[in-house]
Design a protein. Structure first.
Length: 271
């Protein structure tokens, strides 16, 4: 998918919502657990119930790897289901990869070529040659961790380094990477005070913003400085939507939660 197509979808749906598919078998409704592939069935029903309200889905790969080969098969079925039935949806593999160049290339092939995700999250710590192999893929996006939502994110990301904080250095340095137009950045919704500074460095790049919902981040606060003329945000909620109920009505309840966020987004886009 191109950035232009993503922006068109945001404008069409009046939504910059990303729904996280972080499936935990201990949390899904019990009636699904008797099925052959409960993870895929859960995802399918969540996707069918929410696709009109969201522009992106973000399976966090850890939730699939945790179930071994069966989990990986559920992931494959989920991304195929999305690509076949809702090709307009932007897909994010939240895998947080990155390694020496030839290994990064293999990660990129796995997620972009084999699984056909539109984007992947990547850790910036190993630098240019660990990130550029992902950026080499046309119409695919590399979402670099900049300032994460978790408490420990401040252990290193705000440390001073060459008279600036490490996350600022990640943003500035990565803008010089080859194909840096293919970059997006992860910035936690729990860090609203940083958005103004971040937008000074990356005024046009998309930010993937997790931390609304279960982690307590505020959509309004994120949008105050995060929104751009082309929206420039994908705001993620995982548990707050997919586990709104653990009964037979889980998909309806997910629709209700997604609709609440979409309506809030619609107002913010207008204002
Ligand atoms: O800084 C980060 C980076 C990634 N995440 C991931 O996003 C979702 C958030 O889930 P919620 O249930 O909405 O809290 C999850 O997959 C995280 O691993 C993040 O939270 N913060």
């Amino acid at each position: 998918m191109t950035k232009k197509q993503l922006i068109e979808q945001i404008r069409l749906k009046k939504s910059f919502l990303c729904i996280g598919l972080d499936v935990d078998l201990d949390k899904i409704p019990s009636h699904l657990k008797q099925l052959d592939d409960p993870i895929f069935e859960f995802n399918k029903q969540i996707i069918d119930a929410t696709h009109h309200l969201t522009v992106a889905y973000k399976p966090n790969i850890a939730f699939y790897e945790a179930y071994g080969i069966k989990g990986w098969q559920s992931l494959e079925k989920t991304i195929k289901y999305l690509n076949n039935n809702y090709p307009e949806i932007f897909t994010i593999a939240d895998a947080k990869r990155g390694d020496i160049g030839n290994t990064s290339t293999r990660y990129a092939k796995a997620f972009f070529d084999d699984l056909n995700f539109d984007s992947i999250t990547v850790a910036p710590y190993m630098g240019r040659d660990s990130v550029e192999p992902f950026l080499a893929f046309e119409d695919k996006f590399t979402i670099l961790l900049a300032l994460t939502s978790n408490a420990g994110g401040l252990d290193f990301q705000t440390s001073e380094y060459n008279n600036e904080q490490l996350y600022q250095s990640v943003l500035k340095t990565s803008l010089n990477y080859k194909n840096s137009d293919n970059l997006m950045y992860v910035v936690g919704a729990t860090r609203p005070d940083f958005f103004q500074k971040i937008r000074k460095i990356v005024p046009h790049h998309f930010l993937l913003v997790p931390g609304v919902g279960a982690q307590g981040g505020s959509l309004q606060e994120v949008c105050k400085y995060g929104l751009t003329d082309n929206i420039g945000l994908l705001v993620n909620s995982s548990r707050g939507i997919i586990y709104a109920s653990n009964s037979e009505d889980f998909a309806e309840k997910a629709t209700e939660k997604a609709l609440e966020l979409q309506k809030e987004m619609e107002l913010l886009i207008k204002s």
